[in-house]
Design a protein around this ligand. Structure first.
Ligand code: DP6
Length: 371
């Protein structure tokens, strides 16, 4: 599909008001998105596990208004929130060509997260995908009334669901790149890759292969090493890849890693899985350390955890591994079958490296839900 396919051609202006609610999860990248072109186009393809517990719940109440400006208010966990407004304003400006009803309504956006606000966990993926889904539900209400359902959505529920999800992912990407990988699950690819059918730079697609049973209910325990504000915003971080001395080689490497990972996800080889996932995490940080300006986003406790994971693996033969986002927190990934043992290890050893002993247990999930 192209950008043109996502333009809503007409809508029913007689709908006065309504309310929609969605919950949408966070996701954790295995092959990382780091570097983007104009219009939120990624420099390389990425793949992530969709999570199930860390999510945003967003309710949007819309009502007809006069005037031609964007009009919205934002409440976060019950309180008016000004800080989120600029990002939403930019989001609205970017997506307006595709959802042209935006200027005709006032939107009250009420949002909350299931994870603690000051946990250093990025909420942009869950937050932007939840909002994109709410706007898609509004689009559906405005289109259905007048029988102006988008062309691709005309024939049958499955097809229309497919269009709905794809456009939701397309819109979410324009809010935050990684958000386009949160609509479905358990694995989503974003960015075109020659071996992955239907993959696109414009939206995420479900990784539609037979995933090996080893990855069923895979665990992600997030160790909260540093709950502070991000030292480098993701937008700034992505920009550091422009003119970066190693960028071209890195983008190539991501393509290769995704090819290999696609095979591993089907054959269940956990040792190879570990190699790719940990290398991707360290490469992401290596890119930051070698950019201009340069950053070290890991903290001493991040390294303590990484070393403990390696020792534990050497001692026990466990398939536990780590990955990192653009911050100090550590995501521990491990098979469901090892859950009890690994949790025990976390509680006895790793919890000492977490700020206030905090960590969050999550499991791979199946995407967003309409409430
Ligand atoms: C390190 O999606 O937050 O988590 O598109 O600027 O909103 P924007 O960036 P964002 O970047 C996420 C980067 C990452 C890796 C990943 O999730 O793939």
């Amino acid at each position: 599909m192209t950008e043109q396919d996502f333009i809503l051609k007409g809508f029913d202006t007689s709908v006065e008001n309504g309310k929609v609610t969605w919950e949408s999860p966070s996701n954790i990248a295995l092959v990382k998105y780091w570097g983007k072109k104009k219009n939120q186009i990624p420099e390389n393809p990425s793949i992530s596990f969709t999570l199930s517990e860390c999510k945003t719940i967003t309710e949007v109440t819309f009502s007809k208004k006069e005037g031609n400006d964007f009009s919205f208010e934002v409440f976060f966990e019950g309180e008016a929130n000004e800080a989120f407004k600029p990002k939403i304003q930019t989001f609205f400006e970017r997506i307006e060509p595709y959802v042209p009803f935006l200027r005709q309504y006032h939107f009250k956006i009420e949002t909350k997260n299931t994870f603690p606000h000051s946990s250093g966990i990025a909420s942009s993926a869950s937050g932007m995908s939840a909002l994109a889904l709410c706007l898609m539900s509004i689009e559906e209400q405005l289109s259905v009334t007048q029988g102006l359902v988008a062309e691709a959505a005309r024939s049958g529920t499955e097809k229309s669901n497919h269009y709905f999800n794809q456009k939701a992912s397309f819109l979410a990407r324009l809010g935050s790149g990684s958000a386009c990988r949160s609509i479905e699950g358990p694995l989503v690819v974003w960015g075109s890759h020659e071996e992955i059918e239907h993959s696109s730079d414009l939206y995420g697609v479900k990784f539609n292969e037979n995933i090996h049973v080893n990855f069923e209910n895979y665990k992600d325990t997030i160790l909260l090493v540093d709950k502070g504000e991000k030292q480098v915003s993701s937008t700034l971080g992505h920009n550091l890849m422009h003119g970066h001395p190693f960028s071209e080689r890195r983008f190539e490497q991501a393509h290769n890693n995704l090819s290999e990972l696609a095979t591993i996800l089907k054959n269940g080889d956990l040792d190879q899985f570990i190699n790719i996932v940990e290398s991707e995490a360290l490469t992401l940080h290596a890119m930051m350390m070698t950019s201009s300006p340069y950053f070290i986003l890991m903290k001493p406790n991040t390294l303590e955890i990484i070393n403990s994971v390696w020792n534990y693996r050497a001692k026990t033969g466990s398939k536990l591994c780590f990955t990192l986002d653009a911050g100090a927190n550590v995501h521990l990934l491990y098979p469901d079958a090892e859950a009890e043992k690994v949790l025990d290890f976390i509680k006895t050893e790793l919890v000492a490296y977490c700020q206030n002993g905090h960590y969050i247990c999550d499991t791979v999930g199946y995407g967003a839900k309409h409430l």
